[in-house]
Ligand binder design. Structure first.
Ligand SMILES: *Cc1c(COP(=O)(O)O)cnc(C)c1O
Length: 344
């Protein structure tokens, strides 16, 4: 009875949890550098708001106007162009609902975030995988694609796309270009401005830099007509009031976010240098570092059983011997480096 399309769909596999690894190896200290979370957490002001929340029995607003206003100021696009969803994943699903019918072509540069392929398969799309160069910059596109997905900074490789290239894609394709900027806050080289194009949508999230992954708040910038249609496909109450308040409060305390991003970028630069001793390291514009090693499988295993969880990318399409390491707090990164020294 299950739709035929699902036979082709792989299940999304998240990073392993700290509890899982503690139990499996009987460890006291486990450091998780596998899910690109903000190790400093959300602004302390968010904790206050959560503590005082009482309206659990009330439905959230269908259209969280205040949050949209605040996002509009933050990204510098009119409020009418802002839509929200339950995480950027939820926004992405809505975008597929809007544009992708069975048999349409969805173009995906690889390697990249696996959820795009999952969604494309669920919607019965024909997938065109696009090639990247040796720096993982996308080097081709498909003019006929109904939807082209560009992730910049790219998960898992950490590089950004060339602005002029993505502009060319937007001007050349017949369909829509979705730019996933989940890691926008960690780079200066943003593509956000391209949302000025009628056929470009830019997606963002509160899960990474803002430290609110558990509350599921994502948003996108799209032209006004798209934004109206989005309201038809979006589930009635995508974000809880608690999550809306937390996101608004996090935006209010943007200084906190900037401080944590600065610390993460400083540590990222330190890690990039230090990891060069063991791996081929690729420069990153995000809050993680992508590395390659012949023996990536056994390195991941040896790290794991000593209490360091990193992301083995062996099941990522288009990756060979890749490992993605999220940037942690200085003492967590020290633990990683000390453990690598031990292993090597
Ligand atoms: C983490 C991530 C997402 C999902 O973000 P949520 O808002 O937590 O759903 C989307 N795209 C990329 C590239 C990501 O890394």
């Amino acid at each position: 009875m299950i739709r035929e399309e699902l036979s082709e769909v792989p299940e999304y596999v998240p990073g392993k949890s700290v509890e899982e690894i503690k139990r499996a190896y009987g460890l006291k200290r486990v450091v998780k550098l596998a899910s690109n979370e903000n190790p400093y957490g959300a602004s302390p002001k968010v904790f206050e708001v959560v503590k005082n929340f009482r309206d659990f029995h009330v439905y959230p607003p269908k259209n969280p106007v205040e949050l949209k206003e605040r996002i509009s100021e933050y990204v510098n696009f009119p409020e009418e162009m802002i839509v929200v969803g339950d995480g950027l994943d939820g926004v992405l699903e809505n975008v597929f609902k809007m544009f992708v019918s069975k048999g349409d072509t969805v173009a995906i540069p690889i390697p990249t975030f696996p959820y795009y392929e999952i969604l494309a398969k669920i919607y019965g799309a024909r997938i065109k995988f696009l090639r990247r160069n040796e720096n993982f910059e996308t080097i081709e596109f498909d003019e006929k694609a109904k939807l082209t997905i560009i992730c910049s900074p790219n998960n898992p490789t950490g590089n950004v796309e060339n602005f002029e290239f993505v502009r060319e894609v937007a001007e050349s394709v017949k369909g829509v270009v979705f730019i996933d900027e989940a890691y926008a806050e960690f780079t200066e080289k943003r593509l956000t401005k391209l949302a000025e194009y009628e056929n470009v949508i830019v997606g963002r999230t509160f899960s990474k830099a803002f430290g609110l992954a558990n509350l599921r708040v994502g948003y996108a910038i799209m032209n006004e007509n798209f934004a109206k249609e989005y309201m038809k496909v979006c589930p009635p109450f995508p974000i809880s009031t608690l999550a809306i308040l937390a996101a608004i409060t996090a935006l209010d305390d943007i200084e906190y976010v900037k401080r944590t991003v600065e610390k993460i970028v400083t540590e990222r630069n330190r890690l990039e240098k230090a990891l060069g001793k063991y791996f081929e390291v690729y420069p990153s514009e995000a809050n993680f570092v992508y590395v390659e090693a012949e023996n990536s499988d056994s390195v991941c295993y040896e790290l794991e059983r000593r209490g360091v969880i990193v992301r083995n990318l062996k099941n990522f399409r288009g990756v060979r011997n890749g490992i993605r390491i999220s940037v942690g707090k200085p003492e967590e990164n020290d633990f990683l480096l000390k453990t690598l020294e031990e292993i090597f």
